[in-house]
Ligand binder design. Structure first.
Ligand code: MG
Length: 266
């Protein structure tokens, strides 16, 4: 009897299997997955879009927006600072270098949910310490900061170190490389949602720093601020990416971003 039931189950499964070319491409009689509208192995579920990965880890995949390819700053604007006229940062040797006082670098493209890759280097020889040592920052939506700092042996406060959500969460560990060596951030960003002035959903961020996870889907509690907890202010669903001018020489290269569309997009 047991053998008969097993055989029956196999025959029933084969009968419901979708096999247009001999390969099983899904089923129509399976149960719905909890919390989803799709059935287990659903024949109608959209297949994931094909993305060609970069030649090596860290290279941009085919669906990325290239924000800096080592050659020009055509994707960026410069904000100016303290009444000074804005000026571009310096491009040379495949990187661009912050010009202190030039103002934040801000992308022309806007992003909501995103995956961001960025590489940076602090210059060797700085005699400064604390928040004055190689300070810059990745400003997600131009207001939520993942700190960039030369925190290689630097005694600055925990929630201001490189990889920190500035003023909120320190990095879980400190994997920074020495000045003169390139660091990488791979950042997964979930944008906040507002309805009018009301925050419906806060932002969340995951940060992988030199291949080491230092933030794991941490909830952001407000925009970047110094010595205070700043409240959220409603903004667009997509906003530019910024790089902070904190009056320090920092170099950046290989910057790309992917707009995250979520699951099951046709
Ligand atoms: Mg900073």
């Amino acid at each position: 009897m047991k053998k008969f039931l097993t055989t029956f189950a196999v025959l029933a499964a084969l009968a419901s299997a979708q096999k247009p070319n001999g390969a099983v491409t899904g089923y129509t009689d399976t149960p719905v997955i909890p919390g989803q509208k799709w059935k287990v192995h659903d024949a109608d579920r959209p297949k994931p879009p094909v993305v060609t990965p970069g030649a090596k880890l860290g290279d941009a995949p085919s669906d990325a927006v290239i924000l800096f390819d080592g050659k020009d700053l055509s994707k960026w604007t410069f904000a100016g600072k303290r009444g000074k006229a804005p000026q571009p940062w310096k491009v040379e040797n495949g990187y661009f270098e912050l010009v202190p006082g030039a103002g934040d670098a801000v992308t022309k493209d806007k992003f909501g949910d995103m995956q961001l890759h960025i590489e940076y280097m602090q210059l060797p020889g700085s005699t400064k310490l604390g928040q004055n040592r190689g300070n810059s920052g990745v400003l997600l939506m131009n207001r939520y900061e993942i700190q960039v700092l030369d925190s290689y042996g630097d005694p600055t406060y925990a929630d201001g170190q490189a990889g920190a959500i500035y003023g909120q969460w320190p990095p879980m560990v400190n994997p920074i490389r020495k000045p003169g060596e390139w660091n990488t951030y791979d950042i997964i960003w979930e944008a906040p949602k507002f309805e009018g002035d009301i925050l419906l959903k806060p932002p969340f961020v995951t940060v992988i720093f030199n291949g080491v996870m230092v933030q794991h889907r941490k909830e952001i509690t407000g925009p970047m601020a110094h010595r205070i907890n700043a409240p959220f202010k409603a903004h667009g669903a997509e906003e530019p990416l910024g790089l902070q001018d904190h009056n320090e020489f920092v170099r950046f290269r290989n910057i790309w971003a992917r707009k995250l569309q979520g699951y099951d997009k046709k």
